[in-house]
Design a protein around this ligand. Structure first.
Ligand code: ZN
Length: 258
């Protein structure tokens, strides 16, 4: 019971697509690439998901109820991680130190926040340095201004769910957070606005809340506003302070491909 979308078919070719649909290369049982729970392509509708890196591509499977069949662009590094995860190989690849500064640019925290009377799976994004407008070196921190221009709403109080931002989405792969995607200015597949240096582990409760609500609330604040908070209640207090100070923006985003 496999779904092979037109875009996946275009990438893998008619022959391979037909082999899959004919059952020859169907996976049987698999771990859903979205929710990570087991699936069975003989018993339930299953989406083929093709992860495409710069050099290689990996075919994976997901419950059709989780995500539709699609092509997901990822970095080669993420793809290798996905391959290790799919094949059950060594996932503990040491990261070279030289990559650490890249990680330092945006801090992303996942948490369950009470917004509008309901617990909402959220991401809180805060740069670790002031963000200048691209193409300038100005020390002025224009992070919120840039996000407002992209359509994020100013949050003055966390009493309602921010509006959905068209074209933006959150990419979970193998149950881990990979990226926040934004529309591609040149058309075509979305591009990463933020990309995890290493796929980010999220709590099981967070993941099941996302699977239930089908969306993630993404909040952002300028450098030095929220900081690293060890508990969700402290995170919430810091966000309330940021909102009251006019230093918080937010948007609701679906999971990539949904
Ligand atoms: Zn699933």
């Amino acid at each position: 019971m496999l779904d092979v979308s037109e875009e996946v078919r275009a990438e893998i070719g008619d022959e391979e697509a037909d082999r899959l649909l004919g059952g020859d290369n169907a996976p049987g049982t698999y771990d859903c690439t979205s929710c990570r729970t087991p699936g069975n392509s003989e018993r339930e509708r299953t989406s083929t998901v093709l992860f495409v890196g710069e050099e290689t591509a990996v075919l994976a499977f997901a419950h059709a109820s989780c995500i539709p069949s699609q092509v997901v662009p990822v970095s080669e590094e993420q793809l290798q991680g996905a391959v290790r995860s799919i094949t059950g190989g060594d996932g503990q690849q040491p990261q070279p130190d030289s990559d650490l500064p890249l990680q330092a640019e945006l801090g992303v925290t996942s948490g369950l926040l009470l917004v509008g009377g309901e617990v909402q799976p959220s991401l809180v994004v805060e740069p670790l340095v002031p963000i200048a407008r691209p193409g300038t070196t100005g020390p002025v921190d224009v992070f919120l201004e840039l996000l407002s221009e992209q359509g994020f709403s100013t949050i003055t109080a966390l009493d309602q769910v921010p509006e959905r931002l068209p074209g933006w989405s959150v990419l979970l792969v193998m149950g881990k957070l990979h990226a926040v995607l934004q529309p591609n200015a040149n058309g075509g597949a979305p591009v990463a606005w933020w990309q995890a240096h290493q796929p980010m582990q999220v709590a099981d409760e967070w993941r099941s809340a996302v699977n239930k609500s089908g969306r993630v609330l993404v909040f952002a604040a300028p450098v030095g506003t929220i900081g690293q908070q060890p508990r969700e209640d402290l995170l919430r207090e810091a966000m309330d302070r940021a909102a009251a100070a006019g230093k918080l923006v937010g948007a609701a985003m679906p999971l990539a491909g949904t």
